[in-house]
Unconditional design. Structure first.
Length: 201
């Protein structure tokens, strides 16, 4: 029985190899046994080459993913720096203006700057969402904390904008521009509240 077992195993393996060869090259069924063995040897070499190509492709894919992640992180860092400069310039400009009319214009520009700031923050949230995976808990916390902070800040800006609307309703076209900015700001706050609620589920 021990002598028959290796023979049966060899026969089974040979049949399996022939089936695999037939699947990859249907024409091999018409060839002789010797030719099939040569074709099988070529198939093994071909599969080994394809396997190596697959490994190289996967390694290249991982490298590209790593580069993309680093570029996104760099973009986010530069974006946050630009936002900080924008806020500083807006505050400095506001302090340098003295007359009441210029004060109104400054408030209007501040509201406009806040609208642009919110737009940049939306881009920031999009970047964080793209890089977020369920396994990275810290990213989830960053998104949630950032949304909460952003929501609080924009609610404060909304109160300021509302006061501007009440004070300068008689300004005509300028008032309509402020109303438009106010409306967009209000819609952005609704969106961030919804995003925050989804993250907290």
């Amino acid at each position: 029985m021990q002598k028959k077992l290796p023979a049966k195993v060899g026969k089974f393996l040979k049949a399996t190899c022939v089936q695999l060869l037939s699947y990859c090259n249907p024409d091999c069924e018409k060839a002789g046994v010797a030719t099939q063995m040569f074709m099988l040897d070529d198939l093994v070499k071909h599969l080994a080459t394809e396997k190596q190509h697959l490994r190289e492709a996967r390694a290249q894919q991982e490298e590209l993913k790593d580069r993309l992640y680093k570029k996104k992180a760099l973009y986010l860092k530069v974006l946050l720096h630009c936002l900080g400069l924008l806020k500083q310039m807006a505050c400095k400009f506001r302090l340098e203006i003295q007359s009441s009319l210029d004060q109104f214009k400054t408030k209007y520009f501040m509201v406009k700057c806040n609208a642009y700031f919110l737009k940049f923050c939306d881009n920031e949230m999009e970047i964080l969402s793209e890089t977020y995976t369920p396994e990275v808990v810290n990213v989830h916390r960053t998104i949630r904390d950032k949304l909460q902070s952003l929501l609080t800040k924009e609610e404060e800006d909304l109160v300021i904008s509302h006061r501007v609307l009440l004070e300068y309703e008689i300004m005509g076209p300028e008032f309509e521009k402020v109303v438009e900015v106010y409306t967009k700001l209000h819609e952005k706050i609704k969106t961030h509240r919804w995003m925050l609620a989804e993250l907290n589920k």
